[in-house]
Design a protein around this ligand. Structure first.
Ligand code: NAD
Ligand code: UD1
Length: 369
């Protein structure tokens, strides 16, 4: 029997490429739609090194209705995992229109195309950012929407759109996954996070300091009311997040309706605890200094992670030490990201025969956000 094809929008990105690995391991064949505006097509070659299967890459924009129709016509897709989007909080404050365009209008174009194609199973990349910064932790899915920035509001609006859709049409099965703080990398050291430009988030900053590419980590505030004064977050391994998509996809394919689920570990870790775990992984100290608080930062939040377990049997399995060890393995082996050749042991693996890379844009030059 042929592997079911899953359209993965944004599948060349950090979480998307790891999700492709998990989908292939579970017997699916990802078809990636990505503009590559914040990613690198070579991430999918690394997916091939790990799995022996290179996902099909279609270079196209999720806002492009004609491109979407062509993808659904060309590939017999049975469901969609929708990760394509813009995700920098600060940028969303400066340029909200681009965020509403890509994240909200992009999702609208996608569900319209899915409906035309008769594909009505969807897993959507949401975020803990929909809860805002003042909910008591652990945060359960029943907490109200209280996003405090345009990025977070686009995620909350998309969730509302999808909830209305699922209420109106019982043929849809939808899962919105609210990620907490995904970090780590594939344990092979072949695939990991490679941000374009200076990193905003903690782990890519740490790895670049560890690799000597940045002078020192600036800890954004050490005077919070937390275990050691530094900010606390629920870090979750990106491969756990990736496997969460597979579990949620199976659930959404079986059950009509909509489900919102946190993807977190249910435990918080402070900045200094993450640094200590990273130092254990690389066996030397990390250069850091304490700086002022970052505007807009919440002191501490972590997930109530029971919902995903109860709904579709997923829970995080990898701990903070593994997240740091895997992040460091990826960074150490690939100091220049995907510009570094894949390690020799990865070559010679079988390649999937259906590896095609195409560009489907209805309007030339329309592919970038
Ligand atoms: P990423 O930037 O690595 O991946 C997003 C991908 O979408 C990139 O490959 C990018 O090129 C692509 N893309 C952007 N605009 C597009 C468009 N108009 N059409 C097609 N492709 C487009 O980010 P990520 O960390 O992998 O995040 C994936 C999703 O998860 C995003 O929707 C993000 O908002 C969400 N999310 C991420 C985090 C996190 O900490 N990384 C947390 C919560 C939610
Ligand atoms: C940020 C976003 C959030 C998004 C999440 C995952 C903001 C205000 N929030 O959240 O919307 O969902 O990323 O993409 O941008 N830290 C340092 N030094 C650094 C970087 C971070 O001390 O150089 C600290 C932060 O103050 C925080 C913790 O590390 O306490 C985690 O920061 P980060 O990785 O940016 O994630 P969030 O703050 O949770």
């Amino acid at each position: 029997m042929r592997a079911p094809r899953i359209l993965v929008t944004g599948g060349a990105g950090f979480i998307g490429s790891h999700t492709c690995v998990a989908l292939i391991a579970a017997g699916y064949l990802p078809v990636v739609l990505d503009t590559l505006v914040n990613s690198d097509a070579r991430s999918l070659q690394r997916v091939a090194c790990i799995t022996g299967v290179e996902p099909v890459l279609v270079c196209g924009d999720v806002r492009d209705a004609l491109a979407l129709d062509r993808v659904f016509a060309a590939y017999d897709v049975s469901a969609v995992v929708h990760l394509a989007g813009l995700k920098a909080v600060g940028e969303s404050v400066v340029d909200p229109v681009s965020y509403y365009d890509v994240n909200l209008a992009g999702t609208l174009a996608l569900v319209q195309a899915m409906d035309r194609a008769g594909v009505r199973t969807l897993v959507f990349s949401s975020s803990a950012t929909v809860y805002g910064d003042s909910q008591p932790s652990p945060i359960a899915e029943s907490a109200p929407y209280a996003a405090v920035n345009p990025y977070g509001r686009t995620k909350a609006m998309v969730e509302s759109l999808l909830a209305d859709l699922a209420r109106a049409d019982a043929r849809w099965g939808i899962a919105c996954l609210r990620y907490f703080n995904p970090i780590g990398a594939h344990e092979s050291g072949l695939l990991g996070e490679r941000p374009h430009g200076p990193p905003n988030n903690l782990m890519p900053y740490i790895t670049q300091v560890a690799a000597g590419q940045r002078e020192c980590l600036v800890v954004h505030g050490a005077d919070y009311d937390t275990i050691d004064g530094t900010g606390v977050r629920d870090y979750v391994h990106v491969m756990d997040v990736a496997e969460g998509h597979v579990a949620a996809l199976r659930h959404a394919a079986r059950r009509p309706g909509i489900l919102m689920a946190n993807l977190g570990t249910g435990r918080g870790a402070s900045v200094l605890e993450v640094v200590s775990a990273f130092e254990r992984a690389m066996r030397r100290p990390l250069a850091l200094r304490i700086g002022p608080r970052r505007p807009g930062d919440a002191p501490a939040y972590w997930a109530d992670a029971r919902g995903a377990w109860q709904a579709f049997g997923w829970r995080a399995r990898r701990d903070l030490d593994q997240m740091c060890a895997d992040s460091w393995r990826w960074q150490a082996a690939n100091p220049h990201g995907f510009d570094d050749p894949a390690p020799a042991h990865a070559s010679g693996l079988p390649r999937f025969q259906d590896n095609t890379s195409t560009s489907i844009n209805s309007k030339p030059g329309h592919s970038h956000a």
